[in-house]
Design a protein around this ligand. Sequence first.
Ligand SMILES: Cc1cc2nc3c(=O)[nH]c(=O)nc-3n(C[C@H](O)[C@H](O)[C@H](O)COP(=O)(O)OP(=O)(O)OC[C@H]3O[C@@H](n4cnc5c(N)ncnc54)[C@H](O)[C@@H]3O)c2cc1C
Length: 428
Amino acid sequence: METTLIVGACQAGVQLAATLRDLGDTDPIVMIGEEAHRPYQRPPLSKGWLKGELEPDDVVLRTRQWFADREIALIAGDRVVTIHRESNGTGIAQTLGGRQIAFTRLALTTGAAVRRLALPGTDYRGVHYLRDADDAIALGPALAEPGAERVVVIGGGFIGLEAASAARQLGKHVTIVEGTGRLIGRVVAEPTSDFYLAAHRRRGTEVLLGARLARILGEDASAAGRRGSVTGVELEDGRVIPADLVVIGIGVLPRVELAVQLGLEVAGGIVVDEACRTSDGRTVAAGDCAIMPNPYPAGVGGMVRIESVNNALEQAKVAAATLLGRDAAYVSVPWFWSDQADLKLQIAGLSTGYDDVVVRGDPDAEKFAVLYYRDGRLIAADCVNQPAEFLAIKQALSKGKTIPSLAAADTGVPLKQSVVDAPVALAS
Ligand SMILES: Cc1cc2nc3c(=O)[nH]c(=O)nc-3n(C[C@H](O)[C@H](O)[C@H](O)COP(=O)(O)OP(=O)(O)OC[C@H]3O[C@@H](n4cnc5c(N)ncnc54)[C@H](O)[C@@H]3O)c2cc1C
């Protein structure tokens, strides 16, 4: 009999356990997560949750009954601190709470931890991060407070933009402070960045680009008789932006500490192959913690670490099959979404290594798509309020097809009519 230990109880961990059972594994499964909550979805935390539209049950991934029915032992609120593994594959995990968990199969779904801002002032009251349920539980009511009128969001990535959007919808005065020259610059091309800049400004949010932060300012703690409250942020050029609330969204770092301890290869994440197998050949890893060869187009563009629900689920399915000794490979087209006010962004594929973009439709109408090409072949697209275009592109990509760029630019012809065989193999 085998015992599977899954470290990390969120999107990837829960899916991995579910797939093991779906594939007929009846052996013991133990899943442990350090957060003292039932496994939950993170995406709503920066969307409906901040606007006060959701209850805890709305974000929970699976009920207690679901775990019980599948005989998946879930331990919440305890952290695995060390793992010892013998050469025959058996091992013992030690937790902070004193548990010792023996296993024969090991899956790391440890996710990512928020990147902390290394500047003075982050400990003032009213300074928030947004990664975990606890962060959202603190930030939601803080935003709802009538005194929290001026909100500064540090970081113009997806989390920052979604938090800014929620705050603006709550009627706050919102300023986004982004250090680089454009929004979401790590993921999308200029037309999409430019669109989001204009769209947030249109909705009354101030956006400062190329704005380097010097420190967070707050009231004198001793005068307040407690931890002082935030009063604003100061930029390197001396400008001060007053704030009652500061939300920091400057990215995440993969949780690789257990992988390092196990001697697994780590390079910007836990290195896995297409089967989600780590460098020891038997441990698997999936989700935000894992970095793998680009799944689409396979082998092109090097290694990628993808932070998305879809990726966590797809990798987890593959990892589960691998643990059971089946042949499995992650070959599906990655996709992602982000909701900001009434703007629904859906991204199909990965734009890594693109050399051309085509804008289809009118960004000013807030309905358009940006298609990414490499060597003349479609590799990805950002679709804003264009669900049908997104589906057509995702389907074309998953069949290995392309859409010629001239046809893509012609909004008079439905995209799905322009899908053709991809003529060239991409250079890696
Ligand atoms: C606010 C927010 C909004 C998002 N919105 C979107 C969106 O709109 N669309 C989208 O596709 N994606 C979105 N994402 C990203 C998506 O939620 C993540 O990609 C996904 O949660 C990754 O799942 P995971 O299981 O790999 O990792 P995680 O969700 O990070 O879970 C890993 C878990 O492992 C636990 N853990 C780590 N180490 C240990 C240990 N040693 N012992 C025990 N437990 C441990 C962690 O505490 C954590 O609970 C969002 C993320 C956030 C934070």
